[in-house]
Design a protein around this ligand. Structure first.
Ligand SMILES: Cc1cc2nc3c(=O)[nH]c(=O)nc-3n(C[C@H](O)[C@H](O)[C@H](O)COP(=O)(O)OP(=O)(O)OC[C@H]3O[C@@H](n4cnc5c(N)ncnc54)[C@H](O)[C@@H]3O)c2cc1C
Ligand SMILES: NC(=O)c1ccc[n+]([C@@H]2O[C@H](COP(=O)([O-])OP(=O)(O)OC[C@H]3O[C@@H](n4cnc5c(N)ncnc54)[C@H](OP(=O)(O)O)[C@@H]3O)[C@@H](O)[C@H]2O)c1
Length: 443
């Protein structure tokens, strides 16, 4: 079967690698860089910058405690160039992986027709098509908004902004606020409502006070205009470099008239990632929903299997999330755990017996030197004692990102709190999740 995939980000790459295992005729078309947003201007870029930010924060802490005499100096340009050099190496590795899987890789912008794709003036016919074209930054209808920077411009800054004004209050706003305040910029975050609304308010308050203490967060602010000097708002003018972090929009213009789209331009798909056209599938950020690399990869694999007639469905239960600040702020997505519980107990009339438990993070690698300043984070969970189901989980510790992924897997396999009774930890660690699970497991 001839399958064409448009977009070489996590969704398209995962689809291509899955199909290659099944010995198909695969063409992957990418208009810019292999690896997509995740590798080139998203997850990996943030990872490189956060590592430097955390090093500076640690240096400041050691200096304050007179443990190590260290006063780091740096040029932003060198940081950005170092990140770029590493990204280029990773791109090369990703490309090699695709070529070794015998995928026909074409660089160029794909234009879509029913039954064939046009790229670099060639027509490529397909039996099945997978669209994984991702998203791009969204500029809200604010006068002058296009003058602002977005995440795509971060590595091209000539120098560290003295003052950074971030419009938006989601994950990107939080991560860049953390990075640039640690690098030394004076950062203001302008939220149109609350800050990090994806978290429960007591968790986002903790994050603001403890992990973004150098950042000025302004809630309920209307941004009226962006000028060369900064942002004019309902709370006055904020001077500085403006970074727009107001979400993303799908790169779905290419399917116009061919498949159905939703209100925000996302391509509509069923659980098999099939669009309204029987031969066309879509996966990753372009279909909307949770914007994360593992979800894009899962959807790419599901699309690939279904395109070949192998039945598979996307499963969004207990999806792990993580925000990269001085510690990782990790959580199991609100709503996902609820769905699991409701699905599993749809005929069950018993009254829920929900309790919440919270403990501070423990001393361990990455948190030991924060004990004296009481900054070891915390873990909090909501449990249904009747069923032993985990309903909600937050963990803010150095190891939270990794722990959350394994907890997610266990929950997806149907495990309960009481399964943790015999848990043996590797000590020392900063995982407090197992402690709470073991505690609730006795009930
Ligand atoms: C700043 C930032 C930080 C992030 N951090 C994380 C994180 O820590 N963890 C996490 O899980 N997720 C993170 N994400 C989200 C993650 O990057 C995305 O969810 C993921 O990249 C989506 O993968 P995708 O394959 O759907 O789309 P993309 O990665 O966007 O890839 C789409 C590809 O399609 C190509 N394309 C578009 N149109 C065409 C065309 N017409 N022809 C050919 N090619 C085309 C594009 O050039 C692009 O390479 C972050 C995102 C951002 C912006
Ligand atoms: N660690 C990770 O996994 C990670 C990291 C970075 C990015 N990502 C993904 O990348 C995507 C983009 O991230 P994002 O932070 O830009 O998007 P987001 O999480 O959707 O947040 C968008 C923010 O913009 C605000 N906003 C929207 N329109 C606005 C307007 N007109 N004026 C002022 N504010 C406005 C929203 O405010 P309200 O809250 O008031 O609606 C919200 O705070 C998401 O899918 C995200 O999941 C993931």
């Amino acid at each position: 079967m001839k399958v064409v995939i448009i977009g070489g980000g996590p969704a398209g790459r995962a689809a291509a690698l899955e199909l290659s295992k099944l010995d198909q005729d695969i063409t992957l078309i990418e208009k810019k860089h292999m690896g997509g947003t995740c590798l080139n201007e998203g997850c990996m870029m943030v990872c490189g910058l956060v590592d430097v930010a955390r090093f500076l924060n640690d240096a400041e802490n050691f200096q304050k405690r007179e443990i190590v005499n260290i006063n780091p100096e740096f040029e932003y340009k060198n940081v950005a160039n170092g990140v770029k050099e590493t990204l280029s190496k990773l791109r090369h590795v990703s490309e090699k992986e695709i070529l070794e899987a015998e995928v026909n890789l074409i660089y160029g912008e794909a234009i879509l027709n029913d039954g064939f794709v046009k790229v670099n003036a060639h027509e490529i016919h397909y039996d099945k098509l997978i669209i994984s074209t991702g998203t791009r930054p969204f500029y809200p209808p604010i006068t002058g908004a296009e003058m602002s920077l977005t995440y795509s411009d971060i590595l091209d800054l000539e120098e560290l902004p003295e003052k950074l004004i971030i419009v938006g209050s989601g994950v990107i706003a939080a991560e860049f606020a953390g990075i640039f305040s640690s690098l030394g910029s004076k950062v203001h975050v302008l939220c149109r409502t609350g800050f990090l609304n994806v978290l429960d308010s007591e968790v986002s308050d903790f994050v603001a006070k403890n992990l973004l203490e150098k950042v000025n967060i302004h809630k309920n602010v209307d941004v009226v205009e962006i000028t060369e000097k900064g942002a004019i708002t309902s709370e006055g003018t904020f001077e500085g470099t403006v970074l727009m972090a107001t979400g993303t929009i799908p790169n779905s213009e290419l399917v116009e008239g061919l498949v159905k789209k939703g209100r925000h331009g996302e391509i509509l798909v069923n659980k098999k990632m099939q669009t309204s056209h029987e031969n066309i599938y879509a996966a990753g950020d372009v279909v909307g929903g949770i914007g994360s690399t593992p979800i894009a990869r899962m959807e790419g694999i599901v699309a690939a299997r279904n395109a070949l007639g192998i039945s598979a469905q996307a499963n969004y239960e207990y999806v792990p999330h993580s925000i990269s600040l001085d510690y990782d702020v990790a959580f199991l997505g609100p709503g996902n755990s609820k769905n699991t519980h409701e699905n599993k107990n749809s005929n069950d009339q018993q009254v829920e017996n929900k309790v919440t438990g919270k403990i501070p993070g423990t001393a361990g690698p990455g948190s030991f030197w924060k004990v004296l300043s009481r900054k070891t984070g915390f873990t909090q969970m909501e449990v249904d004692l009747d069923s032993g189901s985990l309903e909600k989980l937050y963990s803010i510790t150095p190891s939270a990102r990794h722990n959350m992924a394994y907890i997610s897997m266990l929950m997806r396999l149907g495990h309960k709190t009481y399964d943790f009774e015999n848990f043996i930890e590797a000590h020392p660690s900063t995982d407090s999740i197992y402690k709470l699970m073991r505690f609730f497991g006795k009930y």
